[in-house]
Design a protein around this ligand. Structure first.
Ligand code: CA
Ligand code: CA
Ligand code: CA
Ligand code: CA
Length: 497
């Protein structure tokens, strides 16, 4: 059965389930650069009950790991093939975890999984389009809430609106197609006096052989849902690197876009899976010309020394990482502000039993890690393109007698360049613990916000505690600035009647 598992990345988000006051989670206890999964040398992964061989540290907790938050089973009890997974905003929860969209390759179904509870909140059957069944392989959600999902090794790109899931469509590449991984970029266009965020869809080209690369789809964004299928295509291909001993580049796989300026780049994994082939990270400027194929050479290809690169992605510091399925490793490249690769590949092995053969485990096959990703494994796309909002939250407690603080207004001073905005919403509670689950007002668009009238009123009020949440958004390179704010209240007993 297909499933989705959520794993916390920060210790503060993990749960001390066994009550021993510490978070029991896998880590590199002895500092040798790798987490050893088998400290008692029985060729089985350890868990919290494992007694290590003397001199070794327990570094791996398996399913006892207290940073594993939940697992959700999806689809039929057997036979389902879960493939695409993408994160997108929960409109009811502007702060905190995104929701996850998980798709089924063999049926074209998508499930919306709540990022906090793990409950399946929505089930979408993507309908056949023009006689083509949806067999989603990857997925990405864009800024507008559109989920894009290619059929693998075809020219078919499906999409639907996550906010209105009956709105579904498919667009067919006009420039060939053997789609694999998927990414969204931050491309925008200047329409007279206005900046329109377009966000292009990038797809690895799996069709194979020399000349592999990626496809770029540029949807029309100012014509409603219909316009999403009226866009234009381009292709980037890569010539063989003459300095590489391996013979072929083979397939384009996963990719990720950065947000460099003035030129942004997409970073593409070329898997190198031909015998002896070496994987490369390849670089494509996101504004390659429409309706044509742009060819790139060795200067835009960066050798990895590793095999089977399926993922390429951008880190928060704008450095680039490749993930190598065959070699069980990742590679890191230092990249400067202009997009020049300045260091690397730094190879980080993930195989903690390098001296054991591939079949060392009882299963007898595929016992090594073989990491596999072809989408947004760093979260860079989520933070910068899917959900680029910033937030500022503040909790204040009135100094009136218990339950008698009447919150009147929130005033703020801000700079909002064109196509940026700052909105505010508030919630209140008599006790602090309940504030975390209190209901927000709708968004106030301008200062001062009168908390006694719509889009409020704030409820309960009078009360004790208030939380205000400012949301800062931009559709350009410019950012809004919240310079100061003030919460106005009085004690309710002092209201003149
Ligand atoms: Ca614990
Ligand atoms: Ca270690
Ligand atoms: Ca073991
Ligand atoms: Ca949700």
């Amino acid at each position: 059965q297909a499933s989705v598992t959520k794993i916390a990345n920060n210790l503060e988000d993990c749960i001390d389930r066994n009550g021993n006051t510490i978070i029991d989670t896998s880590s590199d206890v002895n500092g040798d650069g790798i987490i050893t999964t088998d400290c008692n040398d029985d060729n089985l992964p350890d868990d919290i009950t494992t007694t290590c061989t003397p001199g070794k540290d327990l570094e791996f907790y398996g399913l006892d790991d207290e940073c594993i938050l939940f697992t959700v089973n999806l689809g039929p009890p057997s036979g389902g093939t879960g493939r695409p997974l993408a994160l997108g905003p929960d409109p009811n929860r502007p702060t905190g975890p995104s929701d996850a969209w998980a798709g089924m390759y063999n049926t074209g179904e998508f499930f919306r999984i709540d990022g906090v509870s793990g409950l399946v909140e929505d089930h979408v059957q993507v309908q056949p389009q023009s006689g083509v069944n949806c067999n989603p392989y990857g997925a990405a959600v864009d800024f507008y809430g559109i989920l894009w999902a290619p059929n693998v090794n075809t020219p078919y790109l499906f999409y639907f609106d996550t906010n209105d899931t009956n709105q579904q469509g498919m667009v067919t590449s006009t420039i060939g197609g053997g789609f694999y991984g998927i990414a969204i970029d931050g491309y925008s266009e200047t329409i007279p006096d206005d900046e329109l965020l377009i966000q292009q869809v990038w797809l690895g080209d799996y069709s194979g052989g020399q000349g592999a690369g990626a496809y770029r789809y540029r949807p029309v964004r100012d014509q409603g849902f219909w316009g999403l299928g009226q866009g234009t295509w381009a292709k980037a291909v890569f010539d063989k690197d003459p300095n590489t001993s391996g013979l072929e580049i083979r397939q384009g796989r996963g990719l990720g876009a950065d947000n460099r300026s003035p030129t942004s780049f997409v970073w593409l994994a070329l898997d190198g899976l031909a015998a002896g082939g070496e994987g490369h990270v390849a670089r494509i400027p996101i504004d390659i010309p429409d309706a044509t194929t742009s060819t790139f050479g060795p200067g835009d290809m960066f050798a990895s020394t590793q095999q089977g690169m399926t993922g390429a992605g951008v880190a928060a510091d704008l450095d680039v990482w490749g993930v190598n399925q065959s070699s069980s490793s990742v590679v890191h490249y230092g990249v400067d502000a202009a997009g020049n690769v300045t260091s690397g590949p730094d190879v980080i092995p993930l195989d903690d039993k390098p001296n054991s053969p591939e079949g060392f485990c009882p299963a007898g096959t595929s016992c090594k890690p073989h990491p596999y990703t072809y989408s947004d494994f760093t979260g860079f796309g989520l933070r910068n393109f899917t959900n680029p909002q910033g937030y500022y939250a503040w909790v204040e407690t009135g100094n009136c007698p218990d339950g008698q603080t009447l919150y009147l207004k929130v005033e703020w001073d801000a700079e909002t360049p064109p196509d940026t905005s700052i909105t505010m919403m508030a919630r209140s509670s008599d006790n602090l613990a309940a504030l975390q689950t209190a209901i927000w007002t709708d968004k106030y668009l301008t200062s001062p916000a009168d908390l006694l009238i719509p889009p409020g009123p704030l409820t309960p009020n009078p009360t004790n505690h208030i939380e205000v949440l400012f949301e800062l958004t931009t559709q350009t390179d410019e950012s809004p600035k919240l310079k100061s704010f003030n919460i106005v209240y009085q004690c309710s007993s002092s209201i003149p009647s």
